[in-house]
Design a protein. Structure first.
Length: 275
């Protein structure tokens, strides 16, 4: 059977590519060093496939269709939102395992949309290009969760999806080693009056929850509290809940944290060990 061998929580802040000169070189260097460290650790896990939980930013899906959760099961490329240093390219994929995960999740009474061809956005492309590709250009199975556009997926549903992904991998007849990535920033506001506010106290609280593997603590937070303290962008900690829930006997380890108001986001990097 397959197994989940660990995971990572990393940011996908597009300003690291769109506005690299907005921060001192030592800050930018520390952020890219953290991505490189996550990639090095991913290579050590000897994973064969990586599941990435990303955020719908109203780029891939519009008012005509706003799915709560989507899995890409076929050909992948991206990002659709190209920027300097983040070129559009083909993304390796594993259609057989992805289709198995889709059908297992549907059989678990979880409504999940699928895309047979998908051009990903930066929330999948940034971890794919900075973490997954340098670790061996591993195939990716992308998920998009409704985190950025109302109505967002309930936190407990995101955690349930992570558990179903884990059981799907464990029911797979192959011997693939699967890693997961929860892609998202911590405190940040997008398009709001407080855009640029980074709440380090909120970020440290979230990092404490994820390093202790406390999914229940994440799920206990109301969306109103998250938006008040962390900004509307912090709703994408749903991706953290999904990734954490996918890892058995999870134990987190902080890799790095950088509050970067110039890039409007608190950037946290965590390895999630399968203890």
């Amino acid at each position: 059977m397959g197994q989940i061998v660990g995971g990572f929580l990393v940011p996908h802040d597009p300003l690291i590519f769109a506005a690299p000169g907005a921060v001192p070189a030592e800050v930018s260097g520390a952020v890219f060093d953290a991505y490189a460290e996550a990639s090095r650790r991913l290579a050590e896990l000897r994973a064969d496939v990586v599941v990435v939980f990303g955020t719908d930013h109203y780029i891939l899906f519009g008012p005509g269709c706003l799915p709560q959760a989507v899995i890409g099961i076929g050909e992948l490329d991206g990002p659709i939102d190209r920027m300097p240093g983040l070129d559009r390219r083909v993304v390796p994929h594993h259609p057989e395992l992805a289709d198995h995960v889709l059908r297992h999740v549907l059989a678990g009474d979880f409504d999940l949309a699928c895309a047979k061809v998908l051009t990903v956005d930066h929330s999948v492309a940034i971890p794919q290009q900075l973490v997954v590709a340098p670790a061996g250009d591993l195939p990716v199975i992308p998920f998009y969760l409704a985190c950025g556009v109302d109505p967002v997926i309930p936190m407990r549903r995101a955690a349930l999806l992570g558990r179903l992904v884990r059981s799907a991998v464990e029911a797979w007849p192959g011997d693939e080693r699967v890693a997961v990535i929860g892609s998202g920033g911590i405190s940040h506001s997008v398009g709001e009056a407080d855009m640029g506010r980074v709440n380090t106290e909120f970020d440290q609280m979230i990092l404490e929850l994820v390093t202790t593997g406390d999914v229940e603590g994440l799920c206990a937070m109301s969306d109103d509290d998250v938006v008040r303290d962390g900004g509307n962008g912090a709703l994408e900690i749903r991706n953290f809940a999904a990734a954490l829930s996918a890892v058995p006997n999870r134990r987190g380890e902080l890799i790095a944290y950088q509050p970067v108001p110039q890039w409007i986001t608190g950037l946290g990097f965590v390895e999630v060990h399968a203890a």
